[in-house]
Design a protein around this ligand. Sequence first.
Ligand SMILES: Cc1cc2nc3c(=O)[nH]c(=O)nc-3n(C[C@H](O)[C@H](O)[C@H](O)COP(=O)(O)OP(=O)(O)OC[C@H]3O[C@@H](n4cnc5c(N)ncnc54)[C@H](O)[C@@H]3O)c2cc1C
Length: 465
Amino acid sequence: MRDLYGSTIYWHETRPHLPRPALAGRLDVDVAVVGGGFTGLWTAYHLLEADPSLRVAVLEREEIGFGASGRNGGFAMTLLDMGLAHLRRNHGDAAARAAHLAVAGSVEEIGTVVERHGIDCEWVHGGLMVVATNEAQLARVRADLAAAEALDLPGFRALSAEETRAEVHSPTYLGGLLEDHCAVLNPSRLARGLADVVERMGATVLETTDVTAIDEAGARMRVASPGGEVTAEQVVLATNAWAVATSWFEAKVLPLYTYVLVTEPLTDAQWASVGWERRQGIEDKRNYVHYYRRTADGRILWGGTDGVVHAHHRRRPSIRPDYDRHRGVARKLASTFRRTFPQLAGVRFTHHWGGPVGITARFVPLFGTLVPGRLHYGLGYNGHGVAPTHTGGKILRDRVLGKAGDLSELCFVDAREPAFPPEPLRWISAELTRRALLRQDRQMDEGRPGAEMDPLLLRLMSRLG
Ligand SMILES: Cc1cc2nc3c(=O)[nH]c(=O)nc-3n(C[C@H](O)[C@H](O)[C@H](O)COP(=O)(O)OP(=O)(O)OC[C@H]3O[C@@H](n4cnc5c(N)ncnc54)[C@H](O)[C@@H]3O)c2cc1C
């Protein structure tokens, strides 16, 4: 596995990046968006679609799609919270239904934007197959199906063990469900393609522009970076896990690293041994899920299994380039891949990387306003942001334009968000929670009861992350 640790992010290799300029000097705009991931890009997109005369600037510290948006699994799916049953239990029927439908709508609308603007991001609308690999996971699948039925949500279908294995040939599957509203895509190509689209719509997109301060400057907001400053009527903060570096979100967002492996392209014979004709995204029902999908050139991206949180201190932040790869998690991933697909025992892995996702105490994202009429935020997708960032861009558009509507009623808008404890308690509690969740995953594999999350764990998770 040693050569994997120098590997690049596979998605970035599939489309060359043409660097954009950094901010130099002064710039005055109507809206400054900080962060060039999906949240920032969709906010710019929806704003310019609503009002093409707006002057919008997107300011990105590294390059477009550098963060989670350019390196994720590429599942545009409806998942919020730990699953539909949890969303329903934690927020009630009406709120869970509204949130699910808003994000399901986003999955379809992303597909429309991709087609309309010719964004070549390897979009495949094959649905999501949720698989159970033990009895306790099967109970969780059934709970999600029951929630879908109770909420009268279309697009869910139960799969027997035989049906699941007929879709994708793994001896570990005991059953599952198929949800229509999911597509897989190449996230780096979507981020880079979307940046081109918003530029054509009139936005100014700046890279290598590190925003070091956001403050009020008389009637306008001032966004400072080493190369200059932007003045704007309104600012949108879209830095997701990196928001932990701000005093506003230090206690509200916990960066958690999730990791993936990518295989070499499989041969036709190897694909025949796996099936997977529908090319759907697949997840299991562990606490630390496995997520996996096919790539356009015939590889398998295999991710999840564990997640790593680092202590956060001003001098040693919890997001650092050397956390982008993790030997222990890569080894675990290789082993669970081989257990799931024993017929692919000889397949090599060519790429390994990870990235920070923003975890929140309630396990749903946060949208709101810090300075009325001036400074808004959208972040903390708990590892599920590909489609919710599109919904989030609309919420932020409405915020900026001062419009109220159904989206502003969603359960994750303007919600009171509990705080994580300060360090070192924060890291200790996050690590204890991680170990407890992994222990429960092991117990479920060993056939011990635990279909529903232990209530103590749920309390721990909701308080400590
Ligand atoms: C390995 C991995 C797999 C995942 N798989 C999936 C999946 O399959 N499906 C799914 O729905 N979600 C998945 N996610 C989560 C998903 O990628 C994120 O929720 C989503 O991309 C968040 O988008 P964002 O724009 O809010 O944040 P990001 O994409 O993280 O963007 C934030 C940006 O802000 C920039 N920034 C930070 N600080 C500053 C500053 N001071 N000045 C200027 N810019 C700054 C960063 O450089 C970064 O580019 C995964 C995440 C990872 C890491």
